[in-house]
Write a protein that binds this ligand. Structure first.
Ligand code: ZN
Length: 482
């Protein structure tokens, strides 16, 4: 029997507001423990939460960018559970009346375009962090993260392969980054993903028993965990066994999932409307105001890059995957209009350096090793025949070390191409007389000797001669016309 997986994803995205969702405390990451706290986010009795309007605005931005409906009337709910990092004994979230519902994201799979529906997007506060067994048998609690605003984005179980899951997550993360509402850093936990996975015989429509996967903190981990879990479920069912509904943790070291809790220990959160917060009423005017501020989104920008700059879809996709990369590319193209050459340098040498220096781990690449103007000017030098492609490689390495304009580096370092015909002719004459045997071979019809002679001339000029002119002059001399 053949099985197909059914996957739904639940993403928690940390919002980039300056202050927390219900109090004025800072959301800054990496502060000394419990520095960003006040009676509200520490859960003192008698305090009242005050909603941060920016959080609602950010949630609406996400909703509009993912084709969701924004509810004119929605409500806050208490999700009750006990844990040391949750001093109130409940988390403020949304439940039966969330802010955003019924959206979708499109993905480009190897089998064509596919729509993944979004069930809902709601806002909630994050909990604090327990630090276990620092020195001995006790735990510490850090409440800096308590009250940091989150969006929970829940997809329908429309995903059928790990490829689709990965594309959905990458698209969603790119959208949130373009909207500048989430930095999308999976390692630091500002973009977290849980997955609901089940399998069923191909051709049937009833859903199988599902497990919930947690603890995946990279795209690679999500893919590996899904692959493992799908294989595990198929093996159990094929062997005549049955599955239990449970939560399983991904263990990156063992590359396996393990059971955390089964359904009999599942929480009953006893949700009820939060009496401390008023229901939210969103006006059409505000929606339109926010709509007008939405930037061009990744999908639209990708299509524009392909049509406006004549780039292959592959280039357009890579360049628009991050907003800062797309901005960099467009800044360079405005200085010198050779999009494909600039794209090659960005995707090749520049990406290599950025990866090596680990500059791409955050929301924006804060300091690019080479500014876009300089990259564009370097491509212009190549296009004007002032330097060869080979010399550009050395120029690029120089540009990584200094913020000086490429033209100036070329002058200072003597990289300028030897276009001077006299010196090229002298070099050619020397090579021709030193290799008379090859010259005879060429004249008797051995065309491939020509490449050898060009190579010798380039070597003699230390790669600085304009290869086109070397070709031209060499042909003329060998033909006896010069
Ligand atoms: Zn606070």
């Amino acid at each position: 029997m053949r099985f197909e997986p059914v996957i739904g994803l639940e993403v928690h995205a940390q919002l980039l507001t300056d202050s927390k969702i219900f109090c004025p405390c800072s959301t800054r990451f990496g502060e000394e423990p419990n520095k960003n706290t006040c009676p509200v986010c520490m859960g003192y009795p008698g305090v009242l939460p005050v909603l941060n309007q920016k959080v609602v605005e950010f949630a609406i931005r996400a909703a509009l960018a993912t084709h969701c409906k924004v509810a004119p009337y929605s409500r806050w709910a208490r999700k009750n559970y006990f844990y040391p990092d949750l001093p109130k004994g409940y988390q403020i979230s949304q439940y039966e009346l969330p802010l955003c519902t019924d959206g979708y994201i499109e993905i480009d799979t190897s089998g064509g375009k596919k729509t993944i529906r979004i069930t809902r997007i709601h806002m909630e506060e994050d909990a604090g962090k327990s630090v276990h067994e620092v020195r001995g048998d006790y735990s510490l609690v850090d409440l800096n993260r308590a009250g940091v605003p989150l969006l929970e984005i829940v997809s329908e179980p429309d995903i059928r392969t790990t490829e689709e899951a990965s594309l959905y997550l990458k698209n969603l993360r790119a959208i949130l980054q373009y909207l500048q509402i989430c930095d999308g850093n999976m390692e630091e936990g500002s973009f977290r993903c849980d997955a609901n996975v089940s399998v069923r015989p191909v051709g049937t429509s009833a859903l199988g028993v599902k497990t919930e996967l947690k603890n995946m903190n990279s795209f690679k981990a999500v893919e590996k965990a899904l692959e493992y879990e799908i294989r595990r479920q198929i093996e159990v069912l094929s062997g005549g066994g049955s599955l239990v509904q449970e939560t399983r943790l991904w263990d990156a070291e063992r590359e396996a999932t393990r059971s955390m809790r089964s359904k009999e220990f599942a929480h009953d959160y006893r949700y009820f409307p939060d009496p401390d917060l008023l229901p939210m009423v969103i006006s059409d005017d505000w929606l339109q105001e926010i709509q007008a501020t939405l930037p061009e989104l990744p999908e639209a920008r990708k299509q524009r890059f392909a049509s406006q700059y004549g780039l292959p879809v592959y280039d357009a996709e890579l360049l628009t995957g991050r907003r800062d990369v797309a901005d960099y590319f467009e800044a360079a193209v405005q200085i010198h209009s050779n999009p494909k050459a600039i794209s090659n340098w960005v995707m090749g040498d520049l990406f290599r350096v950025i990866r090596e220096r680990k500059l791409d781990e955050h929301f924006y690449i804060e300091s690019w090793p080479i500014r876009p103007q300089h990259l564009a000017e370097m491509v212009r030098l190549i296009d004007e025949g002032k330097i060869s492609g080979k010399m550009a490689k050395s120029l690029f390495e120089e540009m990584l070390k200094t913020d000086v304009a490429p033209e100036k580096i070329v002058q200072e370092k003597g990289l300028e191409q030897v276009s001077d015909l006299v010196s090229i002719e002298m070099a050619i004459d020397q090579i021709l007389s030193a290799h008379s045997e090859q010259v005879t071979e060429f004249r008797s019809g051995k065309e491939k000797v020509f490449g050898f002679l060009v190579g010798q001339v380039m070597k003699a000029t230390q790669g600085k001669a304009n290869p086109q002119k070397v070709n031209e002059i060499l042909r003329k001399k060998l033909a006896g016309t010069s």
